[in-house]
Design a protein around this ligand. Structure first.
Ligand SMILES: C[S@@+](CC[C@H](N)C(=O)[O-])C[C@H]1O[C@@H](n2cnc3c(N)ncnc32)[C@H](O)[C@@H]1O
Length: 253
């Protein structure tokens, strides 16, 4: 069990306590899609992506800027903080297919991930969660695995059943793509329609989104809300296609 869970296992906040939410590295807001009755401030560095997020969630306050710096300066203003710092330098994709398979240069793992976990753990008094891909190395701080991601949090996150739909296809040991889902298929699985927007690489944007049901599950856990998890079907996107792997390995997002 994660050490962050050991200490504050049942630090569930009552519902009313969690109203001011900070959504860092917001992307297109997959994690945010099913959140209700919260005031969300979202921080996203890419103006095009931020504009899409703002269009999808017009009531959220969207800040175009550096989430890492924003966290440091503003963490005390929120009840709940979700952070999804950039994952390429931690990913098994870049390390396996990129570095070993394609001869990519070695890169330092981006330590903003652990900086944020430690800052939140030791300074922030509200509920928090940091999300990243499952890394190619042993994690420096024990996470909670859920679907294709690792989560670090100061509240209990129940393990919920993940229904695999083979959303992004599988890769054989020789690297052959068995099936790669199109943006339309990903959109339909996530319930996020990017067709009105002119932006390149929609597929990667969709691939980077946290499953909305997982975002809902985690915010509910932070709020101490009990609901029937059997009613929630989670979509697993844990099978990467080699296209996805190399796209993220190039460090796009
Ligand atoms: C993995 S995606 C986030 C996915 C999001 N949590 C979701 O569920 O849809 C990471 C996002 O962080 C953004 N980003 C990267 N570096 C950033 C920074 N320094 N500050 C703010 N946003 C950043 C990227 O443009 C990208 O949209």
């Amino acid at each position: 069990m994660a050490d962050s869970q050991d200490q504050t296992t049942l630090k569930a906040l009552d519902n009313q306590a969690v109203t001011r939410v900070l959504n860092l590295y917001a992307g297109i807001g997959g994690n945010r899609k099913l959140w209700e009755n919260v005031e969300v401030t979202a921080v996203e560095i890419n103006p095009e992506i931020a504009a899409i997020y703002q269009d999808m969630y017009p009531n959220d306050r969207v800040i175009v800027g550096d989430a890492h710096q924003y966290l440091l300066e503003h963490y005390a203003e929120f009840d709940f903080i979700w952070s999804s710092p950039p994952c390429p330098t931690h990913s098994r994709a870049r390390y396996g297919l990129g570095f070993h398979g394609k001869g990519y240069d070695a890169v330092y793992p981006d330590m903003r991930l652990y900086q944020e976990i430690l800052l939140l753990k030791h300074h922030f008094e509200g509920a928090w969660v940091v999300e990243n891909v499952q890394a190619y190395y042993e994690p420096l701080i024990t996470p909670i695995p859920l679907g294709r991601h690792w989560y670090w949090a100061n509240f209990r996150i129940e393990n919920i059943k993940v229904r695999s739909t083979g959303i992004s296809g599988a890769v054989t040991s020789s690297g052959k793509v068995l099936h790669a889902k199109s943006p339309a298929e990903l959109s339909s699985q996530l319930g996020i329609d990017l067709s009105p927007y002119k932006i390149t690489n929609k597929r990667l944007l969709l691939r980077n989104a946290v499953e909305p049901e997982v975002g809902f599950h985690i915010l509910s856990a932070a709020q101490g809300t009990h609901y029937n998890t059997e009613g929630i079907e989670l979509v697993a996107m844990d099978l990467f296609s080699s296209t996805d792997l190399l796209e993220s390995a190039k460090g796009g997002i």
